[in-house]
Design a protein around this ligand. Sequence first.
Ligand SMILES: *[C@@H]1O[C@H](CO)[C@@H](O)[C@H](O)[C@H]1NC(C)=O
Ligand SMILES: *[C@@H]1O[C@H](CO)[C@@H](O)[C@H](O)[C@H]1NC(C)=O
Ligand SMILES: *[C@@H]1O[C@H](CO)[C@@H](O)[C@H](O)[C@H]1NC(C)=O
Ligand SMILES: *[C@@H]1O[C@H](CO)[C@@H](O)[C@H](O)[C@H]1NC(C)=O
Ligand SMILES: *[C@@H]1O[C@H](CO)[C@@H](O)[C@H](O)[C@H]1NC(C)=O
Ligand SMILES: *[C@@H]1O[C@H](CO)[C@@H](O)[C@H](O)[C@H]1NC(C)=O
Ligand SMILES: *[C@@H]1O[C@H](CO)[C@@H](O)[C@H](O)[C@H]1NC(C)=O
Ligand SMILES: *[C@@H]1O[C@H](CO)[C@@H](O)[C@H](O)[C@H]1NC(C)=O
Ligand SMILES: *[C@@H]1O[C@H](CO)[C@@H](O)[C@H](O)[C@H]1NC(C)=O
Ligand SMILES: *[C@@H]1O[C@H](CO)[C@@H](O)[C@H](O)[C@H]1NC(C)=O
Ligand SMILES: *[C@@H]1O[C@H](CO)[C@@H](O)[C@H](O)[C@H]1NC(C)=O
Ligand SMILES: *[C@@H]1O[C@H](CO)[C@@H](O)[C@H](O)[C@H]1NC(C)=O
Length: 408
Amino acid sequence: MSYVLVSLLIFYIIASSNFSLGYGQTTFNVLDYGAVGNGQIDDSKAFVKAWNASCLTKASKGTPTLVIPAEKTFLLQPTIFSGSSSSNIGVRVEILGKIVAPKNPDAWKGCVESWLSFGDVTNLIIYGTGEINGQGSLWWSYVSTVQCPRPKALHFSKCNNLELSGLTHVDSPKGHISITHSNNVTISNLHIRAPQTSPNTDGIDISVSSHVNIHDSIIETGDDCIALNNGSSFINITNIACGPGHGISVGSLGVNGSYQTAEEIYVRNCSFNGTQNGARIKTWQGGSGYARKILFEHITLIAVNHPIIIDQHYCNGRHDCANATRAVNVSDVTYNDFQGTSSSKEAIVFNCTQTPGCSNIVMKQINITSAIQSQNISAYCSNANGTFSTTVPQVPCLLKTNSTSFNL
Ligand SMILES: *[C@@H]1O[C@H](CO)[C@@H](O)[C@H](O)[C@H]1NC(C)=O
Ligand SMILES: *[C@@H]1O[C@H](CO)[C@@H](O)[C@H](O)[C@H]1NC(C)=O
Ligand SMILES: *[C@@H]1O[C@H](CO)[C@@H](O)[C@H](O)[C@H]1NC(C)=O
Ligand SMILES: *[C@@H]1O[C@H](CO)[C@@H](O)[C@H](O)[C@H]1NC(C)=O
Ligand SMILES: *[C@@H]1O[C@H](CO)[C@@H](O)[C@H](O)[C@H]1NC(C)=O
Ligand SMILES: *[C@@H]1O[C@H](CO)[C@@H](O)[C@H](O)[C@H]1NC(C)=O
Ligand SMILES: *[C@@H]1O[C@H](CO)[C@@H](O)[C@H](O)[C@H]1NC(C)=O
Ligand SMILES: *[C@@H]1O[C@H](CO)[C@@H](O)[C@H](O)[C@H]1NC(C)=O
Ligand SMILES: *[C@@H]1O[C@H](CO)[C@@H](O)[C@H](O)[C@H]1NC(C)=O
Ligand SMILES: *[C@@H]1O[C@H](CO)[C@@H](O)[C@H](O)[C@H]1NC(C)=O
Ligand SMILES: *[C@@H]1O[C@H](CO)[C@@H](O)[C@H](O)[C@H]1NC(C)=O
Ligand SMILES: *[C@@H]1O[C@H](CO)[C@@H](O)[C@H](O)[C@H]1NC(C)=O
């Protein structure tokens, strides 16, 4: 009997050590690399060990999968998952359990820009029904002796062919998901959730990336649901429910006199419920560059404060930005089929600078009514040109047309 047990034990040890060394294995469970998953013990080292092992998998064995199992909570300190030594076969990360950050900002080891970072990984696929919880509530109100700036939760840099789906992202100290220097990205079926009052908790931030597809997700947060920053191009955003939040934003661009750009951005079939903005473009005075070839269409609005806004005087909530002669060019922006309600009197705001102003703004099939009975709504328009048809409220500086065709 005991012989059998000992044999089994020996067999198990051999089997699991083979497992750890990755011979013939393509599945790498963090529990096999020492993760505890009780939400108390720091599991960062075990995660990196399992990640490193999966990155060493030979292409002939198939795509390695890092598994974060269900029904466990893994506490992680700031962790970098680097793919620079991996081959191009990619890595799959299946997250079924919960990953949490230290609750108390003082318990974080060092100041970091991001809590969990993935860098230089081609063909990375992260999926599952698990949760990534930044436990940001203390950061939002925190005045510490450490004085670290608030970190973002999940960051991707140089991750071409990235897929991210299924997860729930909760309470980041700052932005939830940021993606930079990455092409061919698909993000879908996410639920991002932070309170309306949480500061700078953007849902998804994109910069210096192209061919990005974000669809079928729910984003409830305290800042932009999605922000398309400098160097964003060929971006499709479809079927996003945003609210609470500050809307889907192009920009801000041109901060501190910089040259920044965004173009070929298509936002379709999205809804905004109780948000500060809906379709938003924001640029700083004094900058240069452009925001152009942008389409927002089939948009549902429920009591949105600024359903449609272009602000070329963006000043991040302050009003002390100096007037400048330069600005980021805003042009070729189309709004098609907006239905629903505005909670403010100015449902449409085109607040453009004298030069260069906003050009070729096209609006059609817009019907925005007031969320507040007997309140009249209007559009504000300064230094913009373009056309509108079947648009309520009418936009003073655009030309009324009968045209039903439109081009981008
Ligand atoms: C993981 O790999 C990186 C670089 O490839 C290395 O610097 C690090 O020490 C490794 N960490 C562990 C825990 O194996
Ligand atoms: C884009 O990424 C997907 C994986 O998400 C991959 O299957 C596809 O081949 C990539 N496309 C290009 C053009 O690289
Ligand atoms: C965006 O949508 C257009 C039209 O539906 C499609 O042709 C294009 O390939 C899409 N791009 C991405 C990055 O998904
Ligand atoms: C803007 O993005 C471009 C790439 O599109 C990059 O080369 C440039 O450094 C960025 N500029 C700023 C000020 O962020
Ligand atoms: C803009 O410049 C000021 C002064 O140099 C600096 O404090 C601030 O962080 C800069 N802002 C950004 C967003 O780079
Ligand atoms: C938008 O929604 C409409 C109606 O639900 C649907 O017919 C259309 O295919 C959707 N468009 C996209 C790009 O998902
Ligand atoms: C809009 O948000 C409110 C408040 O969160 C919620 O009660 C309502 O059901 C939402 N409406 C829709 C159509 O989703
Ligand atoms: C337009 O921008 C200027 C400068 O920031 C601001 O003072 C003004 O209130 C804005 N107008 C509207 C209608 O938002
Ligand atoms: C900036 O310009 C606006 C008009 O575009 C004017 O109302 C405002 O007073 C100016 N502000 C300063 C500080 O010069
Ligand atoms: C719109 O404004 C742009 C730049 O200010 C200008 O080049 C263009 O001719 C204007 N278009 C019309 C129709 O006035
Ligand atoms: C605009 O929407 C309101 C409310 O749904 C509706 O009563 C009105 O008839 C619509 N107007 C137009 C011009 O479609
Ligand atoms: C626009 O439509 C009106 C009637 O709605 C018509 O009187 C007018 O001639 C049309 N203008 C053009 C340029 O087609």
